[in-house]
Design a protein around this ligand. Structure first.
Ligand code: CP
Ligand code: NVA
Length: 303
């Protein structure tokens, strides 16, 4: 059966651990597996720096090949359906990674493809980022279990969703710290689902100081994601949730600061914090490549 990666909901604790172990071994050069003669198609409907380059460079390292496709300049931009597009791509390529506006488009791709489909970000999930984030936490903290993982800011979008699902499956205790308002609060249905699948606790806190208290890991993301409207209002309403030095004092002294990037310095995070000694954002960015190479080998070669 073909495996895909649309979200981490379909992955067990054992699967996640297996892929993270594989990724870490690849990073350390302890295994010698490749994707020679394999091709990855990369479809993009939204901007990207890290996802595009880490997948492309990752495929080069694995001796495979990748093809970048801006969706608007393919025939999709002139009305060809997603189904027909993917039905052809799968005849040439061994896997398809896509960054889409609507998560449902990834589900349509699965229905039309017999090769793995990988979510390179949708409005609902960003699983490759969370795999890289978990790899980074393992490197920095030696474990994922029993850590207090705080996500502060916009807890109603892709990054929080994937952080909540992935980390809670691996026994971390996840805390959403956000305004008590629609558009920032986690989606209740997803929280229920994550709690059902997860091993760690998931709690929601609206007071930033209480929320961040004794945190081991603090994660944040842009206040205005791609596709979100009302930037001025969001920036104003999220201001009390800015990750700054004053707030960071309430976390554990050895807490690490994470951001999937791109950062909007001076909004969700200050220069002092993102450039400070607790920040691990560039290790996180590097780990996109290693985590994704683990995912690619797992999905394409069933490793
Ligand atoms: N973190 C991340 O996915 O970055 P890009 O949008 O640059 O790909
Ligand atoms: N939440 C952000 C993540 C960017 C990597 C967005 O969707 O724009």
């Amino acid at each position: 059966m073909v495996k895909h990666m649309l979200s981490l909901l379909d992955y067990s604790e054992k699967d996640i651990k297996h892929i993270l172990d594989l990724s870490l071994k690849l990073k350390k050069g302890e295994i010698n597996e490749d994707l020679k003669d394999k091709t990855l198609a990369m479809l993009f409907q939204k901007s990207s720096t890290r996802t595009r380059v880490s997948f492309e460079a990752g495929m080069t390292r694995l001796k495979g090949h990748s093809i970048f496709l801006d969706m608007s300049t393919t025939q999709l931009g002139r009305g060809e359906t997603i189904g027909d597009t993917v039905g052809c791509l799968e005849r040439y390529c061994d896997a398809i990674m896509a960054r889409v506006n609507k998560h449902s488009d990834l589900e349509t791709m699965i229905e039309n493809a017999k090769v793995p489909i990988i979510n390179g970000l949708s409005e609902k999930f960003h699983p490759c980022q969370t795999m890289a984030d978990m790899l980074t936490v393992i490197e920095k903290k030696g474990k994922l279990e029993d850590l207090k993982v705080v996500f502060i800011g916009d807890c109603g979008f892709n990054m929080f969703n994937s952080t909540m699902i992935g980390f809670s499956k691996m026994w971390s205790n996840v805390v959403a710290v956000c305004p008590d308002k629609d558009g920032y609060r986690p989606e209740q249905e997803l929280v229920d689902l994550a709690r059902k699948h997860g091993k760690g606790t998931i709690t929601i806190e609206h007071d930033p100081v209480k929320g961040i208290k004794d945190a081991d890991v603090i994660h944040t993301d842009t206040w205005v994601s791609m596709g979100q409207e009302g930037a001025d209002k969001r920036i104003k309403e999220l201001q009390p949730y800015q990750l700054n030095s004053e707030l960071l004092k309430h976390a554990k002294e050895d807490a690490i600061v994470m951001h999937c990037l791109p950062a909007h310095r001076g909004h969700e995070i200050t220069n002092q914090v993102i450039d400070g000694s607790q920040s691990v954002v560039f290790d996180q960015a590097e780990n996109r490549l290693h985590a994704q190479n683990g995912i690619l080998l797992h999905l394409i070669k069933n490793l």
